[in-house]
Ligand binder design. Structure first.
Ligand code: XMP
Length: 606
């Protein structure tokens, strides 16, 4: 049957694909379109959604795209950059300023079909530098936001013209943190565009299996299986698509795994009936050699990814597996964060998207059954395929493993340059009873769809939790150069924290493994493992003179698709228990709890 459909114009925002996923979840087909596609490619849709953009500003020069979309007789809704672009196209004004990150409260000016079924105030998610400050004659302000604890007013957060059927949201309804974002998208797609929900995802597994069969033909696949949910679901789908004889699996211990992980993974694969075709290799030495002396996060990521391929190819030769395609459990965020759609910024290079793998993809040598999906969809698929719940609901663990949780540095960070940043943050933190100290190390974050590599702040004080999170939120709004806040789990900060030189070594990895095991154990014992989405433990080379050279950060987050995340609270007793357990490790002088949302931080520190 013919399905009603919506076009999503991908300007490269981190969330363009997520918009399409959310529309499809309503039962309406959504297709991604490029901004320069000819107008004919937009003509069969009942509506158009324009995404955000990391590199384009509606404030500066005119963006290059098919503006004839504005002549089409269908409703158009823009988010973030798309919102600003619509405002500007119809005579409004956009300025560089009025930035907001993270949560804000949308206040509706009047009831409107776009917000049907919702309250007068709605929690929404912001990530922008530019803002709309005036709208054209046909338009009205439908909502404004109050953000930060000061409740600063930001106008034109939602705008619209019912006559033209053009609308814009400064915020991102597609991310899970906009609490009723799905309802807003539904109001647009089903209500204003009038789409009929006839598109179903129920036979998605069958569709993927068909696609794999078409791609692989009568070939074979050698799958890199880390043992996480993605590669395990991919293994199950490939086994169904190709039959057991045309699938081989390789599990590599890269030395960056958690305590006892490889043994567990091999056990799980055997339980699933995939034991006979699974090969195992311990390549710890090779990975450690590749990482020796490297401190830059992106270089580490590229070395880890490239070493996977070297080991894979060598093992394939050794096993006489020569004609196989490389199978990977890549999911969509791996692609988008590596800048894998045409305009997206490289937030981080995921291990399965390093240049040598990109070349293999271009040559048609890679099979990735899950490349279109987010974690939550992979889990649903895993459940439908009958995988055990413990496996489906395991915390995600990144391919580069502990390698990206073991921060490295040459010890040369310029501490004097941090002073002004510390002063600005301290002024904001003081009314919350918190002292703020910039840390002489940098970590990766994402702001307005762009990568950032900036300093964390250590906040020291009694709390409570929500006050610390509120202070952090205000600091992110006001202080440039900070992309993370860490709450000190000790009552006092040391008088001085110095940069320390450190690289990836076996001893540091063992220390991090021990720290991670303690955190995971505590989460399980306190019934928090199921509540928290993921909880990296990070070893940070910072020296407190006379006390030690390593600082440990615990990073519990709540999320659904990993594109955004909120810091997860740990009860005071668990915080105290973890602090004591981690301080008992050799060389560890301090323990902090990361209280940063994504954006402006990312989940992992590198
Ligand atoms: P970030 O740190 O970007 O992480 O907020 C989002 C999610 O992706 C995981 N992650 C990776 N997973 N290969 C992976 O398979 C990678 O290179 C990689 N880097 C980050 C991260 O653990 C989180 O769940």
């Amino acid at each position: 049957m013919e399905h009603d459909a919506v076009a999503v114009i991908d300007f490269g925002g981190q969330y363009a694909h997520l918009i399409a996923t959310k529309v499809r979840a309503l039962g309406v087909l959504a297709e991604i379109r490029q901004p320069e596609d000819p107008i004919e490619r937009f003509q069969s849709y009942q509506g158009i959604i324009i995404s955000g953009s990391p590199s384009l500003s509606a404030f500066g020069e005119d963006a290059d795209y098919t503006r004839a979309i504005y002549d089409l007789p269908v409703p158009i809704l823009g988010f973030c950059f798309g919102h600003q672009e619509i405002a500007k196209h119809y005579g409004g004004q956009v300025i560089h300023g009025g930035r907001e990150w993270g949560p804000a409260d949308l206040q509706l000016v009047r009831p409107h079909p776009l917000f049907e079924g919702l309250g007068a105030t709605e929690r929404v998610w912001m990530s922008h530098f530019d803002s709309v400050t005036a709208v054209g004659p046909d338009f009205e302000e439908l909502g404004y936001t109050l953000s930060g604890t000061a409740g600063e007013r930001h106008g034109f957060a939602a705008i619209g013209s019912d006559r033209l059927r053009r609308y814009g949201f400064q915020f991102h309804p597609e991310v899970d943190d906009t609490v009723h974002g799905e309802r807003m998208i539904a109001n647009f797609v089903l209500g204003i565009c009038g789409c009929r929900p006839t598109w179903t995802t129920s036979n998605y597994a069958a569709e993927i299996i068909d696609r794999v069969r078409t791609q692989v033909g009568d070939g074979r696949v050698f799958l890199l299986a880390s043992g996480g949910v993605d590669s395990t679901v991919a293994a199950r789908l490939l086994a169904e698509a190709l039959g057991p004889d045309r699938l081989r699996l390789l599990h590599i211990d890269n030395g960056l795994m958690r305590q006892d992980e490889s043994r567990q993974v091999l056990h799980n694969l055997a339980q699933m009936g995939l034991g006979a075709q699974t090969h195992f290799v311990d390549a710890t030495d090779e990975f450690l050699t590749a990482l020796a002396g490297v401190t830059d996060p992106e270089t580490k990521r590229r070395h880890i990814g490239a070493t996977f391929v070297t080991v894979f190819e060598r093992e394939a030769r050794r096993l006489g597996i020569t004609d196989h395609l490389l199978g990977q459990g890549t999911i969509y965020p791996d692609t988008i964060e590596t800048g894998g759609t045409r305009r997206a910024d490289v937030i981080k290079t995921h291990h399965n998207r390093v240049p040598v793998i990109e070349d293999m993809i271009a040559a048609g040598r890679v099979v990735e059954p899950l490349a279109e999906l987010y974690k939550v969809e992979v889990r649903r698929l895993g459940e439908a395929l009958g995988l055990p719940p413990e496996l489906v609901w395991r915390h995600p663990f990144p391919g580069p493993g502990l390698g990206i949780r073991l921060l490295c540095a040459d010890g040369g960070e310029d501490t004097a340059a941090l002073a002004p940043l510390g002063a600005a943050a301290a002024a904001i933190a003081a009314p919350y009873g918190l002292a703020a100290m910039p840390l002489p190390i940098r970590s990766v974050g994402v702001k307005a769809d762009l990568r950032s590599y900036e300093h964390p702040l250590l906040l020291t004080g009694a709390g409570p939790w929500d006050q610390v999170v509120a202070a952090a939120g205000q600091i992110f709004q006001a202080v440039a150069g900070v992309n993370r806040c860490v709450w000190n789990l000790e009552p006092e900060a040391p008088p001085e924290i110095r940069p320390a030189a450190a690289t990836v070594t076996r001893a540091r990895l063992d220390l991090l493994r021990a720290a991670d095991a303690r955190v995971m154990d505590a989460l399980r014992r306190h019934g928090l493992y199921e509540v928290i989405w993921q909880c990296p433990t990070v070893l940070v080379p910072l020296a407190a003179p006379g006390r030690g050279d390593e600082f440990v950060v615990i990073r519990p987050v709540l999320s659904e698709r990993a594109m955004t995340a909120a810091p997860a609270e740990l009860p005071p007793a668990v915080r105290a228990e973890l602090r004591d357990a981690l301080l008992a490790l050799p060389g560890v002088w301090g323990v902090g709890l990361d209280v940063t949302s994504k954006p402006p931080g990312t989940i992992e520190w590198e």
